[in-house]
Design a protein around this ligand. Structure first.
Ligand code: SF4
Ligand code: SF4
Length: 309
């Protein structure tokens, strides 16, 4: 048994844009065949499955002779799980399953997003899909990773929908081995060796001392890099990219400290200032890395933290 529909009608029924339906058809997500008069047809079982995915009770076909039995069979199959209305749908992305129901679909977030359109990213679409429970599709998509988490969408949203939190939660749900780029490797390295690039402690200490000597000769007489000095005003963290690839960049900061007669130090351990747990959505790792910096602050009795990143 087939269910015939027009793209516009199905879009309205599921609360999505017509292009979304067309994309689903083109990508095979919605297995439908094109017929005459711009009409499409899909199996009634596929229609009911789609309704189930969106938390919508099938509203057509019930009065069609011959189809009732099939629908009842399918409904029995899906009735193993509670039939739930949109808005009451179980949502693992937020504690409150109805968090996104306030979304007006106004698109203001998309207008504010600096990368809207990149790989099809549209924060409004992400919110709608999350509301409809399409979590798997979102987690597999590249959108949470294209998002810079700048928060402009959220700032612009008239309904205060927490879009950045949503993006982070989506990232956290990606299996770690499928996290794109080097982000997760950096997190693991930082947990293991105290910095994202695994720079050995002795090499780092040698580099700091060497750069300090250079600076003293170049422009800051008497300068010595303050490594793990207790009781300074500032504890300064470092982006491991600098000692790894651009060590001279650190000297610009040090020159300012020297000119300002600042009291500061760099810890010999766990000095990494870039917490990639934030970007990979790994809350536990993020907490551990932050905790280590707090430990350094307390151990060295510093008054304030400087995160140049
Ligand atoms: S700006 Fe807010 S209310 Fe408007 S579409 Fe985006 S999330 Fe929804
Ligand atoms: S937080 Fe992400 S989705 Fe929102 S405006 Fe920034 S890049 Fe776009």
């Amino acid at each position: 048994m087939m269910y015939e529909f027009k793209v516009a009608d199905l879009a309205e029924e599921f609360g999505v844009h017509r292009n979304t339906i067309r994309n689903w058809i083109n990508s095979g997500t919605l297995p439908a065949q094109e017929g005459p008069g711009k009409r499409y047809a899909m199996k009634i079982s596929d229609y009911v499955t789609l309704c189930d995915k969106f938390g919508i009770i099938p509203k057509v076909g019930l009065d069609m002779a011959g189809q009732i039995e099939e629908l009842q069979t399918i409904n029995t199959a899906i009735n193993g799980q509670p039939v739930i209305q949109l808005g009451e749908k179980y949502n693992t992305l937020f504690d409150d399953a109805t968090w996104g129901d306030v979304c007006l679909t106004c698109g203001t977030c998309a207008s504010a997003c600096p990368i809207a359109g990149v790989n099809g990213l549209d924060p409004r679409k992400v919110v709608r899909m999350a509301v409809f429970g399409l979590e798997e599709e979102l987690v597999e998509s590249s959108w949470p990773w294209k998002c810079t988490m700048c928060g402009k969408c959220e700032e612009a949203c008239p309904m205060n929908v927490e879009i950045v939190k949503l993006m982070r939660r989506l990232r956290s749900k990606r299996p770690r081995h499928l996290v794109p780029g080097p982000i997760h490797k950096g997190v693991s390295m930082c947990l293991e060796r105290g910095n994202n690039l695994g720079i050995p402690k002795d090499d780092f200490a040698f580099l700091l001392a060497d750069l300090g000597e250079e600076l003293a000769q170049e422009s800051c007489p008497g300068f010595k890099t303050p490594q793990a000095v207790r009781g300074t005003r500032l504890l300064v963290t470092v982006n491991s990219k600098e000692p790894f690839a651009e060590p001279d960049d650190m000297k610009w900061w040090w020159k300012i400290f020297y000119a300002a007669n600042e009291s500061w130090t760099i810890s010999a351990d766990n000095w990494e200032g870039v917490n990639w747990g934030l970007f990979s959505g790994d809350d536990e790792a993020m907490k551990t890395i932050v905790g280590r910096i707090v430990d350094n602050l307390q151990r060295l009795h510093c008054e304030a933290l400087l995160l140049p990143e």
